[in-house]
Design a binder for this molecule. Structure first.
Ligand code: FMN
Length: 317
């Protein structure tokens, strides 16, 4: 009996050591499922306990439902994957009616990724979500490379980012994060614009533009020719961008891009991320996030650190 109690205390203590805060929201650990790689949480909840996670970022939601691009829209590459899903989603009304009640059954933070064809559409989607309640934060997708219209045109310039953040902030009563694209010349400048406009955090990075070719057919593998590259191939790029942005802004950073294990996750924390999201890893191994949480806890023990926050931004250069 005594042993059991001690064990409980030990688990609670190690759980606390991973706790992070972003704009007033407490995350029991810094590990979040990345948008688009776990839908609305239903399928992955058959493999892992969503209560164990810091949070889940849902598939990008728009004002109206969207069917996405036609196949082929996923393809494997040497060290990652290409996708051109095209932001397929059920639309904000069905999301509120059907998906939030399911997600709310779990004690984890729900971050809703949103996008629109116009800034007004972003704002309307954010307002409906905010009014409905039950969500913890909004992540503005200003960076999808796989659709003709979908935020990239606003995400490429400081002016676009500023207008987007200001409009969404105006109608939201939850913290607003903005997810930036790596397909720009200076990500730090865009992060600064987001901070000045009132963003509560920046998520980075989204996928890089990539391509695969079928040499027999002499055709691009994806129906859209190019798509978004994710997975281990983009990790060094993502890490460098997190570090660059860390040196440019004070608002918290949620880092992602090629995080497959706890070692990768810790690299992002050391580079300056407060929390991390994993995407492609979930598709390769649905237990990846649980293994990452365990690995982080072990690392803190090995390094005799009482809190993950002691590690954040400790990169020596
Ligand atoms: C199949 C797929 C769908 C995605 N859909 C979205 C999306 O709807 N909104 C978004 O902001 N990012 C989306 N992303 C980007 C991921 O959230 C993440 O930023 C990117 O994949 C890098 O992380 P990773 O290397 O861990 O996958 C998607 C990625 C993949 C692979």
């Amino acid at each position: 009996m005594g042993l059991k109690k001690n064990k409980t205390i030990e688990t609670a203590a190690s759980a606390k050591s991973l706790e992070v805060k972003i704009s007033g929201i407490t995350f029991k650990n810094p590990v979040i499922l990345a948008s688009g790689t776990c839908g609305y949480g239903e399928e992955i909840s058959q493999f892992i306990d969503l209560n164990s996670l810091g949070g889940i970022t849902t598939k990008g939601i728009s004002l109206e439902p969207k069917s996405g691009n036609s196949p082929v829209r996923i393809c494997e590459t040497a060290s990652g994957m290409l996708n051109s899903i095209g932001l397929e989603n059920v639309g904000v009304k069905r999301f509120i009616a059907e998906k939030i009640p399911f997600l709310r059954r779990f004690k984890t933070n729900i971050i809703v990724n949103i996008f629109g064809n116009t800034i007004e559409e972003y704002a309307q989607t954010a307002k409906q979500l905010s009014d409905a309640g039950g969500i913890d934060a909004i992540e503005i997708n200003a960076s999808c490379p796989n659709v003709k219209k979908g935020g990239m045109e606003f995400g490429k310039s400081s002016e676009g980012i500023t207008r987007l953040v200001e409009k969404v902030k105006e109608v939201s009563c939850v913290p607003v994060f903005i997810k930036l694209s790596p397909n720009v010349s200076d990500i730090a400048e865009l992060a600064r614009a987001a901070e000045s406009a009132g963003a509560d955090g920046v998520s980075l990075i989204n996928t890089l533009v990539g391509m695969a070719i079928d040499i027999k057919r002499k055709k691009a593998v994806l129906s859209t020719a190019t798509g978004g590259l994710s997975g281990p191939a983009i990790k060094p790029v993502a890490l460098a961008m997190v570090w660059k942005v860390k040196n440019a802004v004070k608002i918290p950073i949620i880092g992602m891009g090629g995080i497959m294990n706890s070692r990768d996750a810790l690299e992002f924390i050391i580079a300056g991320a407060t929390a991390i999201e994993t995407g492609t890893a979930n598709m390769v191994n649905p237990y990846a996030v649980i293994e990452i949480i365990k690995g982080m806890t072990q690392f803190l023990k090995d390094e005799k650190l009482s809190s993950i926050n002691m590690l954040a931004g400790t990169l020596k250069t």
